[in-house]
Write a protein that binds this ligand. Structure first.
Ligand SMILES: Nc1nc2c(c(=O)[nH]1)N[C@H]1C(S)=C(S)[C@@H](COP(=O)(O)OP(=O)(O)OC[C@H]3O[C@@H](n4cnc5c(=O)[nH]c(N)nc54)[C@H](O)[C@@H]3O)O[C@H]1N2
Ligand SMILES: Nc1nc2c(c(=O)[nH]1)N[C@H]1C(S)=C(S)[C@@H](COP(=O)(O)OP(=O)(O)OC[C@H]3O[C@@H](n4cnc5c(=O)[nH]c(N)nc54)[C@H](O)[C@@H]3O)O[C@H]1N2
Ligand SMILES: [Mo]
Length: 708
């Protein structure tokens, strides 16, 4: 920090017993993100000439409240939609107050990045049910299976994200066997005891094949199944056709690898399988996630009565851990479908973000007139970038809460400029709470941290914390707010609610108290001792016995899920003869979705997001590193920079998302990168329930630009 409170440099904390000083490059360059020229110092509003010009934050809230109210009065509550991007959930105060604001307005049209991420997690969990004592954790496992996830780069789950490299090394020194299923020999796959490198889009075959072997070899936990699981016979029948030979032919792998995976996973005592974005974006998100759950369940990979709960929680709501199932719950049927997708009744994963642009563009009764974007960047992140642009342009009122003038903010009527995390008090609740999304997310140790605001906002700036905008709008719209504890609800737990004082604005610290209400360890204790982050010395928590008379069972024979497997078994419906390549998703180490793509220090290595291809494929097309290539899908096309990657399976193009500027102003791919969303259709090949489009394993054709 310099004298004016500006962040100058950042480093990992070697004294932190959890991360042991691990720090990613994005963290190291956090100060640049705070002081970058692209950072907004003021909120902006569009003036009469159509330019975005600075506006006082209070005045911006006055105007936005009036305009939103006018739209609501005229067209009703379904004329206003909200999109919550990835950064929304990172800020507990914002998630709480903005959600309370949506609740008070009874807004139904809430969308999030979740349905273009790993929505199969929620649908599969609903069809399967939930084990209240939790799964085996990484630190105690002797096997671990990763399907379409690369935790050593993404650092967000799959392997506990604080120092995943070191944790993996330690686990392997202990004898843990890692299995990775990924068409690319990723940074993580390099460490695997077994790496299955299939054609993309074939995870259902591979997982069904492994399940079949596990069952045939008798690696299942019969006792657990008898006492807690329904549908085992159905599962056995459904996976029976997936012989090693069939899987080998379908996925382009050696069938022995299926037997090997079943042996490693099935003979281990403890461990878990977990899937990531690769398995969710390649066409079969529901069934892939469901088969992962089935594999864990029939092998009994859960904590049992008397087991120690390694991390019961720190700032999350206190609850019991019981050795019992919570029965399956409805996957879909939550109210009216979107007008643009009458075929898709709202599901547990939330409304389909892939349909939001169409919903905005569809005229007539019930059309969306206003959109509020919080902590997201639709222009970069949504599939079908051209349609996204048309939809954002069609809005009567577009409000964007973002610290940068992103491609999305550039199209907004109001850009509300927030403070950044170093300038606000914060705590680790959001990450801790992630365990509710998947067993391999969150912390495996009892970790919790509080950090005060340490940096001052840039001199002369006029910024608010994100949540203050929603509190400010609520005050002006005369709405009472009630905030919930936690960031995501916890299964089987009633979340404490607290009404907010709508006359005297609470402090940010006070809000942190409310969102951590009834937590395992009071936030106050973390404030008093900011160095203490591990709470393993607290009273240990053990898994309790099953409730007397509890009849809830997990379900591994879900009809709804197996319909998707039967559909998959019919053959590759994404095969298109004229598209010889498949484009797959990936993440790059130094950028986080669109964040960092404009920071030079973070984009040095490749410049932008190149199109990675196998060197043999490049040679065959007479292409060299740095050449421009044209990539066409059945839906659209883009230009990208070719780059060799010997770790890729031949026949693939691997590209990172969230690059490429405004498509109406074509730039040089070497400067701006390329937006993969241009290749993605939001109306064809979308998954059931979530509508997640085919965003990986996309059929494409690649030609040198010179040959056109
Ligand atoms: N083709 C393709 N498309 C994809 C993916 C893919 O793999 N392939 N991945 C998908 C996935 S997994 C996701 S999660 C989505 C991401 O979709 P989005 O969440 O829409 O995109 P991000 O770039 O993460 O947007 C985060 C925004 O938050 C802003 N921000 C940063 N700090 C703050 C803050 O403190 N407050 C506020 N209000 N804003 C802040 C950033 O400037 C940025 O504009 O993209 C999806 N799109
Ligand atoms: N550095 C960095 N970290 C990030 C992000 C970032 O943008 N940059 N984004 C964050 C976000 S929003 C998320 S959701 C997480 C995501 O975290 P992950 O899910 O781990 O995302 P990726 O690193 O893209 O890993 C996906 C892997 O799936 C593989 N894959 C592609 N298609 C298929 C397929 O059909 N089958 C199989 N089995 N594999 C396939 C790809 O080769 C890739 O290695 O990462 C988070 N962390
Ligand atoms: Mo994501």
């Amino acid at each position: 920090m310099d004298e004016s409170g500006r962040p100058v440099s950042a480093r990992g904390d070697k004294e932190n017993p959890h991360s042991e000083g691990f720090f990613c490059l994005k963290g190291k360059h956090f100060p640049e993100i705070h002081t970058a020229p692209s950072r907004l110092r003021h909120s902006l509003a569009r003036d009469d000439s159509g330019e975005l010009v600075p506006i006082d934050a209070e005045r911006a809230m006055d105007e936005v409240a009036i305009k939103l109210q006018r739209i609501l009065d005229q067209y009703g509550r379904n004329s206003v939609a909200v999109y919550m991007g990835t950064l929304f959930y990172q800020l507990p105060q914002t998630a709480a107050v903005a959600t309370a604001w949506m609740d008070a307005l009874r807004l139904r049209l809430r969308f999030s990045s979740g349905t273009i991420d790993q929505p199969g997690k929620q649908t599969a969990a609903a069809a399967h049910g939930y084990w209240l004592a939790g799964s085996h954790s990484f630190d105690e496992a002797d096997t671990w299976m990763l399907v379409g996830t690369n935790p050593l780069v993404a650092i967000s789950g799959g392997i506990p994200h604080a120092n995943p490299g070191r944790r993996l090394k330690r686990a392997q020194a202990r004898g843990m066997q890692l299995i990775v299923i990924d068409p690319r020999r990723t940074e993580t796959a390099r460490h695997a005891a077994l790496h299955i490198q299939p054609r993309p889009g074939n995870d259902p075959a591979i997982l069904a094949g492994i399940l079949r072997e596990v069952i045939r070899q008798g690696f299942v936990d019969e006792d657990f199944i008898r006492n807690n699981v329904d549908g085992f016979e159905r599962l056995r029948e459904e996976v029976e056709p997936f012989t090693p030979d069939l899987v080998a032919a379908r996925a382009g792998i050696d069938g022995h690898q299926i037997e090997e995976a079943a042996r490693i996973f099935g003979t281990a005592r403890k461990g878990s399988a977990t899937a990531g974005t690769g398995a969710n974006m390649s066409g079969w998100s529901n069934i892939s996630e469901y088969l992962v759950l089935c594999l864990n369940t029939i092998c009994g990979r859960f904590r049992r009565e008397g087991d120690l709960v390694g991390n019961p929680g720190v700032l999350t709501t206190k609850r019991a851990f019981k050795a019992q199932a919570m029965a399956p719950y409805p996957v879909d049927g939550f109210g009216e479908p979107l007008r643009a997708r009458p075929d898709m009744p709202p599901a547990v994963c939330g409304l389909p973000t892939s349909a939001l642009a169409d919903e905005i563009l569809l005229g007539g009764e019930g059309q969306i007139k206003a959109l509020v974007v919080i902590g997201g960047n639709p222009m970069r992140a949504w599939p079908d970038q051209n349609k996204t642009r048309a939809a954002l342009e069609a809005l009567e009122l577009h409000i964007c809460v973002d610290p940068r003038l992103t491609d999305t903010a550039n199209l907004a009527d109001y850009v509300l400029a927030p403070k950044l995390p170093l300038e606000t008090p914060g705590c680790s609740l959001s990450t801790e709470n992630l365990f509710t999304v998947s067993p391999a997310l969150g912390y495996t140790e009892r970790y919790g941290q509080y950090a005060p605001a340490i940096a001052s906002p840039p001199e002369g700036s006029d910024l608010r914390e994100d949540w203050e905008f929603f509190y400010g709008l609520a005050q002006r719209m005369k709405l009472p707010l009630e905030v919930a504890a936690g960031v995501f609800p916890i299964m089987g737990v009633k979340t404490p609610q607290s009404p907010l004082d709508m006359e005297h604005k609470p402090s940010s610290e006070k809000l942190l108290d409310l969102v951590t209400k009834d937590s395992w360890i009071p936030l106050e204790r973390l404030r008093e001792n900011q160095k203490k982050v591990l709470f393993g010395d607290e009273d240990s928590v053990y898994v309790e016995a099953k409730d007397e008379g509890c009849e809830a069972r997990l379900q591994v024979g879900s009809e709804l899920m197996f319909e998707e497997l039967q559909d998959f078994a019919l053959g590759d419906r994404f095969d298109r003869a004229t598209y010889p390549f498949r484009l797959i998703s990936r993440r790059m180490a130094n950028t986080f979705n669109s964040v960092g793509t404009d920071i030079d220090a973070l984009t040095k290595r490749y410049g932008t997001n190149p199109a990675f291809m196998h060197p043999d494929d490049l040679a065959e097309a007479d292409l060299s590193r740095g050449d421009l290539v044209r990539i066409k899908s059945p839906h659209g096309e883009l230009t990208a920079v070719a780059w060799p990657d010997p770790d890729l399976r031949p026949g693939l193009v691997s590209m990172c998302h969230c690059w490429g500027g405004d498509p109406s102003k074509p730039g040089d791919a070497r400067e701006t990168g390329s937006n993969v969303g241009l290749l993605i259709s939001v109306s064809e090949d979308t998954a059931r329930f979530s509508g997640i489009p085919l965003m990986s394993a996309l059929p494409v054709r690649v030609t040198p630009t010179s040959s056109q």
